[in-house]
Ligand binder design. Structure first.
Ligand SMILES: [Zn+2]
Length: 160
């Protein structure tokens, strides 16, 4: 039995393939209509309460965020983690800030560093900066193709 692409959708929580007509994911039990009420702000609230279980990482932009802003922040401020800070993925954002700081260190103090540190440290630094640069390019591709994951959660009163 062939299932046509337009008749199916992916569960935003577990990515299981579901039929368009299904109201609830057969794999994880998520009720799809509830996702319309999910917001990034609610996810921030859950992070504060250390309730990470209630946070979902979804590809669709929640109603309290804008796709064009996400793209703008990622392209223009992505080297500082702009897109991640916009959707409140703080830890990833900090990785980018650290990457940018090390990039500056590498560029500004390149000659001095090599004479002070031995080769292995310099190589590790270079690898980190390389990973960071490639990660940023991937981010741009991801936000433009709608694959960038955004933490969302349901407002308190609707989660039960
Ligand atoms: Zn599911």
């Amino acid at each position: 039995m062939a299932i046509l692409g337009r008749d199916t959708k992916k569960c935003p929580r577990c990515e299981a393939k579901c039929l368009q007509s299904q109201l609830r994911c057969p794999e994880c039990g998520l009720i799809f209509s509830r996702m319309e009420n999910a917001t990034n702000a609610a996810a921030v609230q859950r992070f504060k309460e250390k309730d990470k279980e209630a946070v979902l990482y979804v590809k669709q932009v929640p109603k309290d965020k804008k796709r064009w802003k996400l793209i703008l922040y990622t392209v223009l401020l992505g080297l500082f983690g702009g897109g991640y800070f916009y959707v409140r993925r703080w830890q990833r954002g900090l990785f980018y800030l650290l990457g940018f700081a090390l990039l500056v260190v590498c560029v500004v103090f390149n000659a001095q560093l090599i004479s002070v540190w031995d080769g292995v440290l310099i190589e590790l630094l270079g690898i980190f900066v390389g990973v960071y640069g490639v990660a940023w390019i991937f981010d741009i591709v991801y936000v433009c193709t709608g694959k960038f994951k955004i933490p969302v959660s349901l407002p308190k009163e609707e989660s039960k």
